[in-house]
Design a protein around this ligand. Structure first.
Ligand code: UD1
Length: 424
């Protein structure tokens, strides 16, 4: 099993280039199902999750050309199969983003649900609610651990859909399904993440008629057919935040290039509250934490434009090192404090109760054997390892490779003492 070793590295310094957004590219690739023409997606990051999505598409019948670095050309001339592969869905929850486009294009999709009671534990009820509202028949086949969704013979029909929570995935799935439905669909309490706007832009280039993406009420006029297009993925705002925090936690200075400041406003605001200097320059976001006394602040995760849940764990790693106590509240996911146990192994002394973590601050972390319990928790472990005394050994790093392109290489480029090792 591969591991990452990080040694105490001193202040990081230099420039880092942000890759295309993982959370954008996955739904963008899923959207290529909606046409029989070729879609070219540019600025594609080299990630395990992208490979899983490519396999997912190939399984349905797509021809994928990825010979050019960072570019994927996908063309599904005809649908060969409408059932998602269980092992791919198990590997990546975002596989369910193919349901909406498959339903719209083919009229039927069968999606395996990993782990039996997954619908309960990590629900897709809002996605299904949307499909039902568009007229689809949804059968939750518990015995075979799968969901079967079928459009009526005359096709899907637009309707108004209210989301009980502004789910990113449900908004994207319903938006894609509605592009080819008859009439108008309105998604109320829609998610407003930049990735939703990126997807709407791609779909509109393909000929869809989507308005007001990025607000909480998206309007989709169904069209008969969609065509191919060329589209460039937006920069990854979570990777951007991660490298901003790398400057902050190591008390270094980093210019984060190819970043969109408008997408990371809460991270900029919170770093400034901690007394980190953040400047938006024409060439990128410059973060300077050298020779400053950094102080605690409280964090509450929220749907966009609130503080992103995906930056909660990296920010918590940083907060363990500043002066004073911080409170971190997680409101988006029920159980997203798994990294606390790992940070505590390094001496963080964080306590949790329900959805709240109390971070004492001012800790001198020490190297330990820790796990990347999920993708972002893995990033948090690397950040903590950069300032911990001695060596931090991070296992289960496949989580990190799912969502960060060339993570170790980019940190090395900033002066970090970090390496990936293969171990039996
Ligand atoms: C996306 C992101 C993920 C991010 C999350 C929240 C991708 C590939 N992943 O995940 O990195 O952490 O947004 O910003 O874009 N929920 C329901 N029913 C549903 C769907 C969701 O109850 O049908 C709940 C979830 O359990 C969770 C909350 O809604 O508590 C947010 O989930 P959602 O916004 O759907 O996240 P994802 O789209 O899965």
């Amino acid at each position: 099993m591969a591991k990452i070793l990080v040694n105490s590295s001193g202040p990081l310094h230099g420039e880092v280039e942000i890759s295309g957004a993982k959370n954008s590219v996955l739904p963008l690739l899923a959207a290529t199902i909606l046409t029989d023409q070729t879609c070219t997606i540019e600025g594609v990051p080299d990630l395990v999750d992208v490979n899983v999505m490519k396999e997912m598409l190939t399984n349905y019948g797509s021809d994928i050309d990825d010979r050019e670095k960072g570019v994927i050309r996908a063309a599904m001339k005809e649908v060969r199969c409408c059932e998602g592969k269980a092992e791919l869905v198990q590997e990546m929850r975002a596989s369910v983003f193919t349901m909406g486009p498959m339903l719209a294009r083919h009229g039927k999709v069968i999606m395996p649900m990993p782990g039996g009671c997954t619908i309960g534990k990590r629900p897709i009820d809002l996605h299904l609610k949307g499909f039902r509202a568009l007229g689809a028949d949804v059968v939750e086949d518990g015995e075979n651990e799968r969901v079967i969704v079928t459009a009526p013979e005359e096709g899907l029909t637009g309707d108004a859909i209210y989301l009980d929570f502004p789910s990113v995935g449900a908004t994207e799935n319903i938006m894609m399904a509605a592009t080819l439905a008859k009439g108008t669909t309105i998604i109320e309490n829609a998610a407003k993440e930049p990735e939703i706007i990126d997807l709407a832009n791609l779909l509109n280039k393909m000929g869809a008629r989507i308005k007001y993406a990025g607000t909480d009420m998206i309007r989709i006029e169904g069209v008969e057919k969609l065509s191919g297009c060329i589209h460039n993925v937006i920069p990854d705002r979570i990777e951007t935040g991660t490298f901003m925090l790398a400057a902050a936690i190591t008390r270094g200075d980093i210019l984060v290039k190819n970043a969109l400041p408008g997408h990371v406003r809460p991270i900029i605001a919170k770093l400034k509250e901690c007394n980190v200097d953040v400047e938006v320059l024409p060439e990128g976001i410059y973060v300077d934490a050298r020779n400053r006394e950094l102080v605690a602040t409280d964090i509450k995760t929220l749907p966009y434009p609130g503080f992103p849940t995906d930056i909660q764990s990296p920010f918590m790693a940083f907060l363990t090192t500043v002066k004073g106590q911080s409170i971190v509240r997680e409101t988006v996911f029920e159980n997203r404090f798994m990294h606390v146990v790992e940070l505590n192994r390094m001496g963080a002394d964080i306590s949790t109760e329900n959805r709240e973590a109390i971070v004492p601050g001012g800790k001198k972390l020490k190297g330990a054997k820790v796990r990347a319990t999920d993708l972002r928790a893995g990033a948090a472990m690397v950040l903590a390892g950069l300032v911990a005394k001695g060596t931090t050994e991070i296992s289960e790093i496949y989580h990190i490779e799912r969502g960060y392109e060339n993570f170790v290489g980019k940190f090395k480029g900033l002066g970090a003492d970090i390496m990936k090792i293969e171990q039996d």
